[in-house]
Design a protein around this ligand. Structure first.
Ligand code: TYM
Length: 326
């Protein structure tokens, strides 16, 4: 039976957080045998926030290395930079003409980001979901594994694909979001009512943090004045630690609750710290090894570009034909 296509991407807008790992890229590794996977580094999306060119370059290359370090096989999967395949921007322009302002106005991430970057509310920030739709639709993805914060963007992508298909006949595969329960939304350790984000200054575990730093960040995580360990909307700090633990250990939330039922907050934090350190240490080690493999990495970057371009080119040609471009 033919394998189904999976597409996902991550921005190169900073050092990835534990949220990125548990909510998204760790699941990519689990999917690589069962699906035909295409993963990109969304460096064009990263331009919606202004940053130093040298820093963007470093974040982007480090992200490529990291995807290999977490265990993605560059032969089984297509791994590439979004900006290396020009078809993404071309299709995004076309899809802009099939997307309504009202739809984009409803995007909660646009509202959040324009609040956060009120000095730079650019058009790219607004049309960002259309570029994301182009990413997904170029590769006929059936599934899009992401954290919960991207669900709305996958939904708008579905609407755009359905609208286009209705006008021009079957052109795009309509994708389904795939959201993993325990890691879907890892929260900031200092403000557990807010998502952990790689652009935050505090309360974030970065994937390159050293073990001592990881432990001290988790020890300082905000909890509550109760002493019982269970998930509940009025215990966001403890719920978050339980989610991190269950996701790191690959057990269910219920199993984690049971394990900590007779333990105290101090013991919970130590166990969560140890689980995260155990999870990240081999990745960090592999990442350092890959930094010394410049030629090998350059070759993989080129291969990724070629493999992705081939698919994207065919799809864009089909779209252009359907809409009447010569
Ligand atoms: P980005 O770079 O913000 O995040 C990458 C992935 O990490 C997930 N994520 C989280 N999951 C759980 N808890 C958190 N605290 C957390 N923070 C981030 C995100 O849901 C995402 O899956 N627009 C996308 C990138 C993108 C994309 C695409 C994704 C561009 N094109 C096509 C899928 C398909 C973004 O900014 O992700």
């Amino acid at each position: 039976m033919e394998k189904k296509n999976v597409y996902s991407a991550i921005q190169s807008s900073g050092i990835p957080s534990l949220g990125n790992y548990l909510g998204a890229i760790k699941n990519w590794v689990d999917m690589q045998n069962e699906y035909n996977c295409i993963f990109s580094i969304a460096d064009l999306h990263s331009l919606t926030v202004r940053r130093e060119p040298s820093q963007l370059r470093k974040y982007s290359r480090d992200m490529f290395l990291l995807l290999l370090a977490i265990g993605l096989d560059p032969e089984k999967n297509i791994i590439y930079f979004q900006s290396h395949v020009h078809e993404h921007c071309e299709l995004a322009w076309i899809l802009n003409c099939y997307t309504y302002m009202g739809e984009l106005n409803r995007m909660t991430q646009f509202k959040d980001k324009s609040q956060k970057h009120s000095d730079n509310i650019n058009a790219g920030l607004f049309t960002y979901p259309v570029l994301m739709a182009a990413d997904i639709l170029l590769y006929d993805a059936e599934y899009v594994p992401t954290g919960a914060d991207q669900k709305q963007h996958v939904e708008i992508c579905r609407n755009i694909a359905n609208r286009f298909n209705q006008i021009y006949g079957d052109t795009f595969t309509v994708p389904e979001p795939l959201i993993n329960e325990s890691g879907a939304k890892i929260m900031n350790l200092q403000q557990p009512e807010k998502k952990m984000s790689k652009s935050d200054d505090t309360g974030v575990i970065f994937l390159f943090d050293e073990p001592n730093l990881i432990m001290s960040k988790i020890k300082r995580a905000v909890t509550d004045s109760d002493s019982k360990i269970y998930c509940s909307p009025d215990k966001p700090g403890i719920t978050n630690l339980l989610k991190i633990y269950s996701s790191a250990k690959k057990i269910s939330i219920e199993q984690a609750e049971k394990f900590f039922a007779d333990k105290n907050y101090g013991q919970l934090k130590t166990c969560v710290g140890e689980a995260v350190i155990e999870l990240l240490e081999p990745i960090q080690k592999k990442f350092v090894e890959l930094q010394n493999e410049k030629d090998y990495i350059d070759k993989l970057i080129l291969t990724g570009k070629q493999r992705a371009s081939e698919i994207a080119h065919k799809k864009l040609q089909k779209v252009k034909r359907k809409i009447g471009l010569i």
